[in-house]
Design a protein around this ligand. Sequence first.
Ligand code: PBG
Length: 348
Amino acid sequence: MTELEVSRKLRIDSSDVLARPRRLRLTEGIRSLVAENEITPRQLVMPIFVKEGSGIKEEIESMPGIFRFSPDSSLDAEVSDLEDLGINAVLLFGLPSKKDSSGSEAYNPSGVIQQAVRRIKQMIPEMVVICDVCMCEYTDHGHCGILNGRGYVENDKTAELLGKIALSQARAGADIVAPSAMMDNQVLEIRRALDASGFENTAIMSYSSKYSSAFYGPFREAASSAPSFGDRKSYQMNPPNVREAIREAQMDIEQGADIIMVKPALAYLDVIRAVREKFGLPLAAYNVSGEYAMIKAAALNGWLDGKRAMEETLTAIKRAGADIIITYFAKEFLSSKLNSEKSPGRKK
Ligand code: PBG
């Protein structure tokens, strides 16, 4: 049929039966009956910043509602709150008290992250504990790996160290290690290091398609991990590229990744969709610090409805094709869901 014929036909059909999509938008009950996508609470991952020390619970200025916790009763209290809300998984970032040029605290068996993993697993064995595997929080220069003499991050030496870091996290009890340094072949190095020590069941969630993004700004304040010189453009991806995101994901799958990831999420929804359509592996999307901060800042100013903006954002990431959503909103989302379930039903 030509376009003209199609439109003629439609006109005839619509004079017989008027289409009224608004029927299915009439009540909350009907709307949810026909909703095509839903955020799955058990697939939300809450990031946690763990800071070496004791008795610490300090709010991050650019991320209202998000805190740094020391690996003691402060962390215990937070994690047990998360469990009560039904959070199934946490992603840990460690903030060591001393940094050096090779980030050696990252693989210290009694380092801050290793302490945190042991504590959480001891307290709640069912909680899925994921550890970020990177060096930028541990190096004094803030880059994600070790430098050669000319300020360039050395790929292969860094990948080897990432294997060592992942192994020490697995030893502490991590269920999943999540390399975010964007070194080539890091997944392979990590898989080999884990398998060689009997950790063949520790899964790898690879930050496979991670872009060099302004939206990591608040995280770098939270983790004091901004590079002291230069930027991360020689290892993180260039924002205009999407075919390259697929290639990166493909390489990581070949190297043994169990879960792949697109990061950030909001400015990269098309990338989430493209990677989803190409691969069958579970796909995570990271709703990063800057995406959280934007909504929080606007909501605190009364410029938009923070709760609705949060729900719409998480829904968009789901609709784009993510299975797992890593988000600083995880706790808030679940507590607001719990509150609305307490007073269910009759509202329109
Ligand atoms: C470590 C890492 C970063 C984030 C996650 N892992 C920072 C970066 O790459 O600069 C950012 C997360 C966020 O912004 O929420 N490399």
